[in-house]
Design a binder for this molecule. Structure first.
Ligand SMILES: *[C@@H]1O[C@H](CO)[C@@H](O)[C@H](O)[C@H]1NC(C)=O
Ligand SMILES: *[C@@H]1O[C@H](CO)[C@@H](O)[C@H](O)[C@H]1NC(C)=O
Ligand SMILES: *[C@@H]1O[C@H](CO)[C@@H](O)[C@H](O)[C@H]1NC(C)=O
Ligand SMILES: *[C@@H]1O[C@H](CO)[C@@H](O)[C@H](O)[C@H]1NC(C)=O
Ligand SMILES: *[C@@H]1O[C@H](CO)[C@@H](O)[C@H](O)[C@H]1NC(C)=O
Ligand SMILES: *[C@@H]1O[C@H](CO)[C@@H](O)[C@H](O)[C@H]1NC(C)=O
Ligand SMILES: *[C@@H]1O[C@H](CO)[C@@H](O)[C@H](O)[C@H]1NC(C)=O
Length: 565
């Protein structure tokens, strides 16, 4: 009886299933019928996702070429008057002896010059002004004024003038004091003072310059004369006038000083420093840097992304300029160039003076102070001062460290003593709640002792006085009323250097220095916003997967270890 009942139920279920199945089939059939009568859309693909934009205009191309080859004066060349000069000749585009893209080679007697850039200098404190300075590498090390360089001339080419004005090179200033010899080449600044009065307007700025050994020689080199005036100041006349300089000489009180930062060739091919770069740039901005100029070598793709994002979103704040090394180290081939830079460290250091001085001379009319830093260095004002403008004002008043008081009112530079903030990987985090990816905010432990006045110091250099820049201090300044650089005592400011000290004894007994926390929470917020925007922050599933991966790896290693015993 019971068995019969359950049989009935089973049969019943089977019948219902069959009915349901039939209904579904009917439904599907009907639907497919509907589909069959609907017109099928045929898509015929006739185009690919290629770039269909127009060829850039000639003006746009000139701009692009100028960005690629900053010293090559194509724009100026295309405007030359058609007449041939009786003295010298402007070389044609292919009549120039290029070297490694950004340099031009000139042989003078037994010397080889690699020209990199030329800059118009009419700063009020320069006694030889106005002059054109030519930045070059030369295969000769010599103490200033001890050696006689062969006689050379600058042919200065002016807009709308057929004939050049030819002046003697009056000075070779070697931007390196510490010796050396062949096969190295040495950074050198040539002075070409413009004639004070000879039919030309003293203030007229030459457009191009060639270096020659005879006054009317036909040159095989030609550089654009850089003159990047301060266009933000609207009451300046189109030509530089002495009045402009006077205004600059006495900056209005309460007018914030303008700062910019020059960074050498960015050579970070295998180490991804992108998060450090973001934190550093945001702190530079908070301290008052109006612009940071980088020179391109080879960067990790993530760093390139960071730099490109800043260039796109704050084009006035970040700039990336092309660069190669003299002595012909080919800079195409990222892996080779990185290797070649490491092969001869002395060559690499000598070459660093080129971006520093190029950056300084391009920006000296637009900024009051220039800093030359690496991305692990920060000039940190202390106490209640939180920006460089207030720091410079204070630095004028404080004593010069370990120096007797001198009768000075102006200084070439203000320098700050170095102190190391090492990694301390074995020590526990200072801020348990703060992620480690805020590197400087987390690394508040530093060595107890500051370096002396000279070792690894960094400065803010006055654009009114400085002439030749080395990475640690100026090698030449005007000598026109200003004193040598002042070392600001550590009560007021210090140079944070986020790396390991050379002297490992100093690692013992670090102290906590949380001065950087005065920039909180702004610094953390800005850095976080960049991390988020650029996709550096992993989502939860990525974190969990990484955790699982880590645990599996640990287990595997443990198994292997057990298996081995
Ligand atoms: C060039 O010649 C001078 C004088 O003959 C010599 O003192 C100097 O070392 C030479 N320089 C180079 C780079 O060969
Ligand atoms: C000015 O020009 C004259 C004639 O062209 C020349 O003799 C003289 O040396 C020039 N002076 C300067 C300072 O260049
Ligand atoms: C520097 O900081 C002081 C004090 O916080 C502030 O009053 C001043 O406006 C700041 N200057 C600049 C240029 O940011
Ligand atoms: C910092 O403190 C000093 C002394 O108390 C004061 O003179 C100065 O104006 C303060 N500076 C700032 C930027 O607040
Ligand atoms: C400091 O220099 C000023 C101007 O050059 C001069 O008048 C003053 O006497 C000097 N003071 C000392 C102590 O040398
Ligand atoms: C290293 O630092 C320690 C501690 O400051 C110091 O005593 C020692 O002289 C330093 N060594 C060198 C070689 O500078
Ligand atoms: C950084 O580089 C790594 C390795 O190429 C890549 O997996 C990661 O997505 C990059 N991060 C960002 C934010 O682009």
């Amino acid at each position: 009886m019971h068995a019969n009942h359950s049989r009935l139920i089973k049969i019943f279920l089977v019948i219902i299933s069959i009915k349901l199945f039939l209904i579904l089939v009917l439904f599907a059939y009907n639907n497919s019928n509907v589909n069959r009568f609907r017109p099928r859309r045929m898509v015929f693909i006739d185009e690919l996702l290629i770039d269909k934009s127009e060829t850039p205009s000639w003006q746009e191309r000139l701009k692009l070429i100028r960005e690629e080859m900053p010293s090559f004066p194509l724009e100026e060349l295309t405007h030359r008057p058609p007449l041939k000069p009786s003295c010298g000749l402007v070389p044609s585009v292919l009549g120039i002896d290029y070297s490694n893209d950004y340099w031009q080679m000139v042989r003078v007697a037994n010397l080889t010059y690699y020209l990199f850039g030329a800059y118009y200098d009419n700063r009020e404190k320069m006694t030889e002004a106005p002059l054109v300075r030519v930045l070059t590498m030369i295969n000769l090390y010599a103490k200033h004024h001890e050696v006689k360089y062969p006689e050379t001339f600058c042919q200065l080419w002016y807009k709308n003038r057929v004939e050049p004005i030819v002046v003697s090179v009056t000075d070779h200033r070697l931007i390196w004091f510490w010796g050396g010899g062949p096969p190295q080449v040495f950074p050198t600044l040539l002075s070409c003072p413009l004639p004070k009065k000879n039919g030309t307007n003293v203030e007229e700025v030459p457009e191009m310059v060639s270096l020659v050994t005879e006054r009317c020689e036909k040159a095989r080199n030609l550089l654009r004369v850089v003159y990047e005036r301060d266009v933000s100041n609207t009451d300046i006349l189109p030509t530089a006038s002495p009045k402009e300089q006077d205004q600059k000489d006495n900056p209005k009180p309460n007018k914030p000083l303008r700062f910019m930062v020059c960074v050498k060739a960015m050579d970070f091919l295998y180490v991804d420093m992108s998060s450090r770069l973001i934190e550093w740039l945001e702190l530079m901005r908070l301290l008052g840097a109006g612009k940071v100029v980088f020179y391109d070598a080879q960067m990790h793709p993530n760093m390139t992304r960071v730099i490109n994002d800043y260039i796109e979103n704050s084009p006035d704040f970040v700039e990336l300029r092309p660069l190669s090394m003299s002595r012909g180290v080919p800079h195409t081939g990222r892996h080779f160039h990185h290797y070649a830079m490491g092969v001869d460290n002395f060559n690499r250091i000598l070459n660093e003076m080129i971006p520093y001085n190029d950056c300084f001379y391009r920006n000296m009319y637009k900024y009051d102070y220039v800093g030359v830093f690496d991305i692990d260095e920060i000039i940190m004002p202390l106490g209640n001062v939180t920006n460089w403008s207030d720091l410079i004002e204070l630095a004028h008043k404080v004593p010069d460290y370990e120096r007797a008081p001198a009768n000075c009112t102006n200084w070439a530079s203000f320098c700050f003593r170095n102190v190391y903030f090492p990694r301390y990987p074995e020590r526990p985090k200072v801020y348990k709640e703060l992620p480690s990816f805020y590197y400087m905010l987390q690394h508040v432990e530093r060595v107890a002792e500051h370096c002396d006045r000279y070792s690894a110091t960094k400065c803010l250099h006055s654009t009114r006085y400085v002439i030749g820049l080395h990475n640690h201090f100026p090698l030449f300044h005007a000598g026109n009323g200003e004193c040598d650089p002042k070392s600001v005592p550590i009560e007021f400011a210090q140079l944070h250097h986020y790396r390991e000290p050379d002297n490992k004894t100093r690692l013992i007994d670090p102290i906590i220095d949380d001065n950087i926390w005065r920039f909180q929470p702004t610094l953390q917020q800005r850095v976080y916003a960049k991390y988020k925007k650029l996709g550096f922050l992993p989502d939860i599933s990525q974190v969990i997967n990484a955790e699982i991966q880590r645990r599996n790896d640990d287990e595997r290693k443990l198994q292997e270890a057990i298996g081995m015993t």
